[in-house]
Design a protein around this ligand. Structure first.
Ligand code: GMT
Length: 380
């Protein structure tokens, strides 16, 4: 198959899923064309089947906001026509689904039919998409897609609850490539972070409000009072300086390291003992799955799709959003002795295997085939 992928090229979850999916499809012999405004962060190797088409937005003094959506639609038209793609898969509805719709209409005027699959990832529905600023366009473009997927049942339910959707939605969860995520922990690295064999707690995100990063710090403070431990805060975003300030106020700076954005997240995860993700809303929680694949148990909120990933009392615990007391109690329960921690670590790894790329990739491929078959094909 020849597949076009439109996504955000940044480190955000939707971009990571899109890039890893494209790489895996290319490995299976499909031809994959990425259409984005810069090279996706994880598109870091050469493959004969992988192509990258940059969307460049022409600026003009008249524009306060350069029209990215038009530039993207034009690029999609160009790539679909020239490369004769079989299907276009857009990740994150805003503005990719509406750009795809526009491109599809333009291509139809050339007698070309391109089936469009839209994958909803989370905030494109739960936060941004629901806002009246975007809602009519998001609703319309989802309904105009030939196939629609969500990354969890919870996100599907949310989509149906908040939008007038006439399309069937298929749930295809996030996945993990164990080739990348099963590493031996590096002892020297662990020693550098926790010289006295302290427990290592970790949080990775884009430090947006929805992630409730302050809860991570408050939970850590309570754990630290009972168990010698260190906290790694990985990533960057709007809440970071407030979080640093909070560490100063709580007088725990010696035990907290803000590492900023990191490429080799698997190396840091592989020395960690507990992953914290207390999000207000989280459609799936790819970061938690990455941690589990590195044998790190997960302490999460019970928001969104997290209960579809984290199994309470098995590979971690789930608590109500903002219940810092209960989260700290559960963290201590996991970290209290080596035997308990080792069991949770094994269980986390076991649970991650349910989301092995090898299991999820064929689901996407079959879905593309189904969508192509069901959508009307106009001959070139
Ligand atoms: O907000 C983020 O965490 C980034 C966002 C994205 O779309 O880039 O992540 C969303 O998509 C991921 C991949 O499908 C999911 O694993 C995340 O749970 C989801 N984030 C939220 O729903 C907040």
């Amino acid at each position: 198959m020849k597949i076009g992928i439109v996504c955000y090229p940044t480190f955000g979850g939707s971009g990571v899923v899109a890039t890893e999916l494209g790489k895996a499809l290319a490995n299976e012999g499909h031809q994959v064309h990425f259409i984005t405004y810069s090279r996706p962060a994880r598109l870091d190797f050469f493959s004969a089947n992988l192509f990258y088409h940059e969307v460049s937005v022409r600026d003009y003094p008249l524009f306060d906001y350069a029209p990215y959506e038009s530039a993207l639609a034009s690029k999609v038209v160009d790539v679909v026509r020239f490369e004769q793609l079989d299907v276009l898969h857009v990740h994150y509805a805003i503005p990719h689904a509406s750009a795809a719709f526009m491109a599809k209409q333009i291509l139809a005027s050339y007698g070309i039919h391109i089936p469009v699959v839209t994958t909803l990832h989370g905030t494109d529905i739960t936060l941004v998409g629901k806002d009246p600023t975007y809602k009519p366009v998001v609703t319309f473009s989802i309904n105009q897609s030939d196939g629609v997927t969500t990354v969890s049942q919870d996100l599907k339910d949310d989509t149906l609850k908040h939008f007038d959707i006439t399309k069937e939605i298929k749930v295809i969860p996030n996945f993990i490539d164990f080739n990348r995520f099963s590493l031996q922990a590096k002892d020297h690295f662990k020693k550098a972070i926790a010289p006295n064999n302290e427990r290592i707690l970790i949080h990775t995100s884009n430090f947006r409000r929805v992630k409730r990063t302050a809860d991570v710090i408050r939970v850590f403070e309570k754990v630290l009072a009972v168990i010698p431990s260190k906290l790694l805060m990985v990533g960057d975003g709007p809440e970071r300086s407030y979080n640093e300030q909070l560490c100063r106020t709580l007088n725990i700076c010696d035990n907290v390291r803000f590492l900023g954005k990191q490429d080799a997240i698997e190396e840091i995860l592989s020395v960690s003992d507990l992953f914290l993700i207390p999000s207000e809303s989280e459609s799936f929680g790819l970061a938690a799955l990455e941690a589990m694949a590195c044998k790190v148990p997960v302490l999460s909120s019970n928001a969104g799709g997290l209960p579809e990933l984290n199994v309470n009392g098995f590979c971690g615990f789930l608590d109500d959003v903002g219940d810092v007391e209960s989260m700290a109690k559960h963290a201590i329960e996991i970290l209290k002795d080596d035997a308990t921690l080792a069991q949770f670590k094994e269980n986390a790894y076991k649970r991650a295997q349910d989301f092995d790329l090898k299991k999820i990739l064929p689901v996407y491929i079959d879905y593309y085939k189904e969508v192509i078959e069901n959508s009307v094909k106009v001959k070139f």
